[in-house]
Ligand binder design. Structure first.
Ligand SMILES: Nc1ncnc2c1ncn2[C@@H]1O[C@H](COP(=O)(O)OP(=O)(O)OP(=O)(O)O)[C@@H](O)[C@H]1O
Ligand SMILES: [Mg+2]
Length: 231
Protein backbone atom coordinates (compact mmCIF):
# COMPACT_ATOMS: atom_id res chain seq x y z
CA UNK A 1 0.00 0.00 0.00
CA UNK A 2 2.73 2.42 1.10
CA UNK A 3 6.38 2.08 0.21
CA UNK A 4 9.18 4.60 0.59
CA UNK A 5 12.88 4.41 -0.09
CA UNK A 6 15.50 6.73 1.36
CA UNK A 7 13.21 9.63 2.17
CA UNK A 8 15.21 12.70 3.09
CA UNK A 9 13.65 15.93 4.32
CA UNK A 10 15.64 19.11 4.65
CA UNK A 11 13.68 22.15 5.79
CA UNK A 12 14.77 25.57 4.63
CA UNK A 13 16.65 26.77 1.60
CA UNK A 14 19.97 25.06 2.17
CA UNK A 15 21.39 28.20 3.82
CA UNK A 16 22.18 28.64 7.49
CA UNK A 17 18.51 28.11 8.41
CA UNK A 18 18.29 24.64 6.93
CA UNK A 19 17.53 21.64 9.09
CA UNK A 20 17.60 17.99 8.12
CA UNK A 21 14.63 16.22 9.71
CA UNK A 22 14.76 12.86 7.90
CA UNK A 23 17.87 10.89 6.99
CA UNK A 24 16.85 8.18 4.52
CA UNK A 25 13.61 6.59 5.69
CA UNK A 26 12.62 3.37 3.92
CA UNK A 27 9.44 1.63 4.97
CA UNK A 28 6.61 -0.54 3.73
CA UNK A 29 3.10 -0.63 5.13
CA UNK A 30 0.77 -3.28 3.71
CA UNK A 31 -2.90 -2.77 2.98
CA UNK A 32 -4.94 -3.40 6.11
CA UNK A 33 -1.98 -2.97 8.42
CA UNK A 34 -2.00 -0.80 11.55
CA UNK A 35 1.43 0.78 12.03
CA UNK A 36 2.47 3.14 14.79
CA UNK A 37 5.31 5.61 14.35
CA UNK A 38 6.87 6.26 17.72
CA UNK A 39 9.77 8.33 18.99
CA UNK A 40 10.77 11.33 21.10
CA UNK A 41 9.73 14.92 20.41
CA UNK A 42 11.51 16.41 17.43
CA UNK A 43 12.67 13.08 15.96
CA UNK A 44 10.76 13.60 12.70
CA UNK A 45 7.46 11.75 13.22
CA UNK A 46 5.20 14.53 11.95
CA UNK A 47 7.59 15.29 9.13
CA UNK A 48 7.35 11.66 8.00
CA UNK A 49 3.57 11.52 8.43
CA UNK A 50 3.13 14.76 6.47
CA UNK A 51 5.09 13.27 3.60
CA UNK A 52 3.16 9.99 3.74
CA UNK A 53 -0.03 12.07 3.86
CA UNK A 54 0.96 14.09 0.78
CA UNK A 55 0.88 17.29 2.82
CA UNK A 56 4.56 17.84 2.15
CA UNK A 57 7.19 16.66 -0.32
CA UNK A 58 10.43 14.89 0.48
CA UNK A 59 13.68 16.59 -0.50
CA UNK A 60 14.74 13.28 -2.05
CA UNK A 61 13.73 9.63 -2.04
CA UNK A 62 10.78 7.76 -3.50
CA UNK A 63 7.24 7.26 -2.32
CA UNK A 64 4.70 4.84 -3.83
CA UNK A 65 1.07 4.85 -2.74
CA UNK A 66 -1.05 1.93 -3.92
CA UNK A 67 1.65 0.98 -6.41
CA UNK A 68 1.85 4.44 -7.96
CA UNK A 69 4.82 6.80 -7.62
CA UNK A 70 3.67 10.00 -5.92
CA UNK A 71 6.90 11.75 -4.95
CA UNK A 72 7.13 13.80 -8.14
CA UNK A 73 3.55 15.07 -8.30
CA UNK A 74 2.60 18.72 -8.61
CA UNK A 75 0.86 20.45 -5.69
CA UNK A 76 -2.47 20.16 -7.45
CA UNK A 77 -2.06 16.45 -8.20
CA UNK A 78 -1.07 15.82 -4.61
CA UNK A 79 -4.08 17.72 -3.30
CA UNK A 80 -6.47 15.71 -5.45
CA UNK A 81 -4.91 12.40 -4.50
CA UNK A 82 -4.88 13.35 -0.84
CA UNK A 83 -8.53 14.33 -0.94
CA UNK A 84 -9.62 11.04 -2.47
CA UNK A 85 -7.27 8.49 -0.99
CA UNK A 86 -6.21 9.68 2.45
CA UNK A 87 -7.95 10.64 5.67
CA UNK A 88 -6.33 12.70 8.44
CA UNK A 89 -6.99 12.82 12.14
CA UNK A 90 -5.34 15.69 14.05
CA UNK A 91 -4.26 16.11 17.65
CA UNK A 92 -6.16 19.41 17.89
CA UNK A 93 -9.16 18.06 15.93
CA UNK A 94 -9.07 21.00 13.43
CA UNK A 95 -12.84 21.34 13.28
CA UNK A 96 -14.47 24.53 12.01
CA UNK A 97 -16.02 26.12 15.12
CA UNK A 98 -19.06 27.73 13.49
CA UNK A 99 -20.11 24.59 11.67
CA UNK A 100 -22.12 21.70 13.08
CA UNK A 101 -20.68 18.22 13.41
CA UNK A 102 -22.52 17.20 10.25
CA UNK A 103 -21.27 20.22 8.29
CA UNK A 104 -17.71 19.52 9.39
CA UNK A 105 -17.97 15.91 8.25
CA UNK A 106 -19.57 16.91 4.94
CA UNK A 107 -16.97 19.51 4.03
CA UNK A 108 -14.40 17.14 2.43
CA UNK A 109 -17.21 15.61 0.38
CA UNK A 110 -18.17 18.98 -1.06
CA UNK A 111 -14.52 19.55 -2.06
CA UNK A 112 -14.67 16.16 -3.75
CA UNK A 113 -17.77 17.29 -5.68
CA UNK A 114 -20.43 15.12 -4.05
CA UNK A 115 -24.05 16.37 -4.20
CA UNK A 116 -25.77 17.79 -1.10
CA UNK A 117 -28.24 14.96 -0.51
CA UNK A 118 -25.61 12.26 -0.81
CA UNK A 119 -23.23 14.28 1.37
CA UNK A 120 -25.71 14.68 4.20
CA UNK A 121 -26.74 11.03 4.07
CA UNK A 122 -23.16 9.83 4.14
CA UNK A 123 -22.21 12.37 6.84
CA UNK A 124 -25.07 11.33 9.11
CA UNK A 125 -24.15 7.70 8.56
CA UNK A 126 -20.51 8.35 9.50
CA UNK A 127 -21.53 10.23 12.64
CA UNK A 128 -23.74 7.30 13.64
CA UNK A 129 -20.82 5.00 13.06
CA UNK A 130 -18.63 6.95 15.50
CA UNK A 131 -21.43 7.05 18.07
CA UNK A 132 -22.64 10.62 17.50
CA UNK A 133 -25.89 9.94 15.67
CA UNK A 134 -27.80 12.09 18.17
CA UNK A 135 -25.39 15.06 18.06
CA UNK A 136 -25.14 15.90 14.36
CA UNK A 137 -26.33 19.49 14.83
CA UNK A 138 -23.95 20.33 17.69
CA UNK A 139 -21.05 22.67 17.03
CA UNK A 140 -17.58 21.71 18.32
CA UNK A 141 -17.97 23.96 21.39
CA UNK A 142 -21.03 21.95 22.38
CA UNK A 143 -19.08 18.68 22.28
CA UNK A 144 -16.56 17.07 24.64
CA UNK A 145 -12.97 16.50 23.55
CA UNK A 146 -13.61 12.84 22.79
CA UNK A 147 -16.72 13.74 20.82
CA UNK A 148 -14.79 16.34 18.84
CA UNK A 149 -12.23 13.72 17.95
CA UNK A 150 -15.05 11.38 16.87
CA UNK A 151 -16.20 14.12 14.51
CA UNK A 152 -12.59 14.43 13.33
CA UNK A 153 -12.49 10.71 12.61
CA UNK A 154 -15.85 10.76 10.80
CA UNK A 155 -14.59 13.66 8.70
CA UNK A 156 -11.38 11.75 7.91
CA UNK A 157 -13.53 8.89 6.59
CA UNK A 158 -15.77 11.15 4.48
CA UNK A 159 -14.23 10.41 1.09
CA UNK A 160 -13.71 6.71 1.82
CA UNK A 161 -9.93 6.86 2.02
CA UNK A 162 -7.76 3.79 1.65
CA UNK A 163 -5.39 4.98 4.38
CA UNK A 164 -6.08 6.83 7.62
CA UNK A 165 -3.23 8.91 9.06
CA UNK A 166 -3.35 10.17 12.62
CA UNK A 167 -0.81 12.45 14.33
CA UNK A 168 -1.14 12.14 18.12
CA UNK A 169 -4.94 11.72 17.84
CA UNK A 170 -5.28 11.22 21.59
CA UNK A 171 -2.69 13.84 22.60
CA UNK A 172 -5.34 16.32 23.80
CA UNK A 173 -7.60 13.80 25.52
CA UNK A 174 -7.72 12.46 29.05
CA UNK A 175 -6.71 8.82 29.36
CA UNK A 176 -10.22 7.36 29.50
CA UNK A 177 -11.40 9.29 26.47
CA UNK A 178 -8.15 8.39 24.72
CA UNK A 179 -8.92 4.70 25.19
CA UNK A 180 -12.36 5.19 23.61
CA UNK A 181 -10.83 6.88 20.59
CA UNK A 182 -8.16 4.18 20.28
CA UNK A 183 -10.89 1.55 20.41
CA UNK A 184 -12.74 3.32 17.62
CA UNK A 185 -9.56 3.41 15.54
CA UNK A 186 -9.07 -0.29 16.35
CA UNK A 187 -12.57 -1.03 15.04
CA UNK A 188 -11.79 0.79 11.81
CA UNK A 189 -8.62 -1.24 11.45
CA UNK A 190 -10.69 -4.37 12.17
CA UNK A 191 -12.96 -3.47 9.27
CA UNK A 192 -9.98 -3.37 6.91
CA UNK A 193 -8.67 0.21 7.09
CA UNK A 194 -4.94 0.80 6.73
CA UNK A 195 -3.92 2.93 9.68
CA UNK A 196 -0.76 4.90 10.44
CA UNK A 197 -0.66 6.54 13.85
CA UNK A 198 2.02 8.80 15.27
CA UNK A 199 2.59 8.84 19.00
CA UNK A 200 5.27 9.26 21.62
CA UNK A 201 3.31 6.98 23.97
CA UNK A 202 4.26 3.31 24.14
CA UNK A 203 0.82 2.35 25.50
CA UNK A 204 -0.85 3.93 22.47
CA UNK A 205 1.64 2.44 20.01
CA UNK A 206 1.03 -1.04 21.40
CA UNK A 207 -2.45 -1.03 19.89
CA UNK A 208 -0.83 -1.29 16.45
CA UNK A 209 0.36 -4.42 14.62
CA UNK A 210 3.75 -2.90 14.41
CA UNK A 211 5.83 -0.07 15.83
CA UNK A 212 8.29 1.85 13.69
CA UNK A 213 10.70 3.47 16.13
CA UNK A 214 12.09 6.78 14.90
CA UNK A 215 15.12 8.47 16.34
CA UNK A 216 16.95 11.52 14.97
CA UNK A 217 15.26 11.25 11.58
CA UNK A 218 15.82 7.53 11.08
CA UNK A 219 13.85 4.34 11.65
CA UNK A 220 15.97 2.55 14.20
CA UNK A 221 13.71 -0.44 14.83
CA UNK A 222 10.75 -2.12 13.14
CA UNK A 223 9.00 -3.95 15.96
CA UNK A 224 6.29 -6.41 14.98
CA UNK A 225 3.67 -7.00 17.66
CA UNK A 226 1.16 -9.11 15.75
CA UNK A 227 -0.09 -10.25 12.31
CA UNK A 228 0.98 -8.74 9.04
CA UNK A 229 -2.22 -6.88 8.20
CA UNK A 230 -3.56 -9.61 5.93
CA UNK A 231 -6.70 -11.37 6.99
N1 LIG B 1 8.96 23.90 8.83
C1 LIG B 1 10.08 23.59 9.50
N2 LIG B 1 11.22 24.31 9.31
C2 LIG B 1 12.37 24.00 9.96
N3 LIG B 1 12.48 22.95 10.80
C3 LIG B 1 11.38 22.21 11.02
C4 LIG B 1 10.13 22.48 10.39
N4 LIG B 1 9.23 21.56 10.81
C5 LIG B 1 9.89 20.76 11.66
N5 LIG B 1 11.18 21.14 11.80
C6 LIG B 1 12.22 20.49 12.63
O1 LIG B 1 12.32 19.14 12.22
C7 LIG B 1 12.48 18.27 13.34
C8 LIG B 1 11.39 17.22 13.31
O2 LIG B 1 10.14 17.84 13.53
P1 LIG B 1 8.79 17.01 13.64
O3 LIG B 1 7.68 17.97 13.75
O4 LIG B 1 8.74 16.04 12.53
O5 LIG B 1 9.04 16.24 15.02
P2 LIG B 1 8.06 15.27 15.82
O6 LIG B 1 8.78 13.98 15.98
O7 LIG B 1 6.73 15.24 15.20
O8 LIG B 1 7.99 15.99 17.24
P3 LIG B 1 6.75 16.12 18.28
O9 LIG B 1 6.64 14.79 18.98
O10 LIG B 1 7.20 17.20 19.21
O11 LIG B 1 5.53 16.47 17.51
C9 LIG B 1 12.43 19.17 14.58
O12 LIG B 1 13.74 19.39 15.01
C10 LIG B 1 11.81 20.44 14.08
O13 LIG B 1 12.29 21.55 14.78
MG1 LIG C 1 4.84 15.92 15.76
Amino acid sequence: MIETTDLVKIYGDGGSQHFQALYGVSLRVEAGEFAAIMGPSGCGKSTLLNILGLMDQPTSGTYSLGGERVDGLSDRERTLLRRHRLGFVFQSFNLLPRMTALQNVCLPMSYAGLGGTERRARGADLLRRVGLGDKVTRTPLELSGGERQRVGIARALANRPSVLLADEPTGNLDSRTAVEILELLGELHGSGMTLILVTHDRGVAERADRILHVKDGRIVEDERLRGNGKR
